[in-house]
Design a protein. Structure first.
Length: 150
């Protein structure tokens, strides 16, 4: 049952991060999993009265609560995609996807939340080798080892 809760929560997280509505089946399975685990634990403690029910149901409630707290934290920290900044005076415009990816990686590194390799690949249509080149170029610049002109 705990696996069902985890799987349904991950589906809901995935859909939320991709800007899609939550599937009704995932919501239904989450609530069924929560109800089933709490009911099973509570029934186990029923022989010891109200205190037994409360103590037996507590681990299930703690699991569900902590999992949802974790999912909420992940949603809030990973759902915000950086908005591209409007080019200011003297700003260079990227001529290809790799240059655009480099600019985005520089900006997100400066903001303290650099794009992952997967994000670079998905957002700019790059393959693994191109992602590696982009990251290497930007990291070299950040370390003072030159950039596009070297």
């Amino acid at each position: 049952m705990d696996g069902l809760i985890l799987a349904a929560s991950l589906v809901l997280l995935h859909e939320a991060r991709n800007g899609r509505p939550a599937p009704a089946l995932a919501r239904c399975m989450l609530w069924l999993g929560v109800a089933a685990t709490l009911a099973a634990n509570a029934l186990y403690g029923l022989a010891w009265g109200v205190l037994g029910v409360a103590l037996s149901a507590w681990p299930g409630a703690a699991f569900v609560g902590s999992l949802e707290l974790l999912m909420g934290m992940v949603r809030r920290t990973r759902s915000a995609h950086p908005e591209p900044a409007a080019p200011g005076p003297g700003a260079q415009v990227a001529h290809d996807a790799e240059q655009a990816a480099q600019a985005a990686l520089r900006a997100t590194m400066a903001a303290g939340n650099p794009l992952s390799g997967r994000q670079l690949a998905e957002w700019f249509g790059l393959n693994r080798a191109q992602v590696a080149q982009v990251r290497q170029a930007v990291l070299a610049e950040a370390n003072g080892h030159g950039g596009e002109g070297s």
